[in-house]
Ligand binder design. Structure first.
Ligand code: 13P
Length: 252
């Protein structure tokens, strides 16, 4: 109906080894074909991108990174530039994951700068937004989401969302085993789409909004069925090939 192809993305965070990820990729690529309804993406740790990128070259699986520098080059020890990720055929880059925001102090402006840098280098940003538990309890979820989203709209412009993905990840649901209820998730997803539609209806209708936060093999289907949920960003469950494949095949 919407014409949005669902996306299921694995965020492997700082887990695994070259060997374990190779095995994971082998099994996942055997289970994903041209017939798979969802677009499937893996985001390995930086150092494994090259090797795993080669392993999926002839498969239907896409490649992404978990983070990137907002700068092009220079004296930024330990950082990785967007063009370097492009060099290794990354299609997507996650920006503003809550772990980056809370553990590494990335603010809304920095996240917006990364979003712009990713697009400037011909890749698609996956913009993560989401509220803390305290913020939900204080009834400020929409305020927080609007602030995080507006920072990117202000810097990048609404049209930039034609080449972007949004991931709604309530921080209280990440790695906790507590998943947002389908109602809670759909409510925020709809809010995000309406917020974009204020600027441009067509862009809002076209953008894929993923849900992330304790998506598992047994709850993916009911989340993915909802009108404004266009797939998922999967942490823990994406480290188990069978579970991740079940999630990939749960899209409507
Ligand atoms: P979990 O699926 O482990 O809750 O992690 C979600 C996440 O942070 C994906 O980016």
């Amino acid at each position: 109906m919407s014409g949005r192809r669902p996306l299921v993305a694995a965020n492997w965070k700082m887990n695994g080894s070259l060997e374990s990820m190779g095995g994971l990729v082998d099994t996942i690529s055997q289970g994903v074909s041209k017939e798979t309804k969802a677009e499937v993406l893996i985001c390995p740790p930086y150092v494994y991108i090259q090797e795993l990128g080669r392993a999926i070259e002839k498969t239907e699986i896409q490649l992404g990174a978990q983070n990137v520098s907002h700068m092009d080059s220079g004296a930024f020890t330990g950082e990785v530039a967007p063009a370097m990720l492009k060099d290794f055929a990354c299609d997507y880059v996650i920006v503003g994951h809550s772990e980056r925001r809370t553990l590494y102090g990335e603010n809304d402006l920095r996240v917006a700068e990364k979003f712009v840098a990713v697009q400037a280098n011909g890749m698609i940003p996956i913009l993560c937004i989401g509220e803390l538990l305290e913020e939900r309890e204080a009834n400020t979820t929409e305020e927080v989401i609007a602030r995080q989203l507006d920072a990117v709209i202000d810097l990048a412009g609404i049209q930039a969302f034609k080449q972007a993905v949004i991931a709604y990840e309530p921080v209280w649901a990440i790695g906790t085993g507590v998943t947002a209820t389908p109602e809670q998730a759909q409510e925020v997803h709809e809010f995000i789409r309406l917020r974009l539609a204020r600027h441009d209806h067509e862009t809002a209708e076209g953008v894929r909004i993923l849900y992330g936060g304790s998506v598992k093999a047994d709850n993916a289907k009911q989340l993915f069925e909802l009108a404004d949920i266009d797939g998922g960003l999967i942490g823990g469950a994406s480290l188990v090939a069978e579970d991740f494949l079940t999630i990939c095949h749960s899209v409507r």
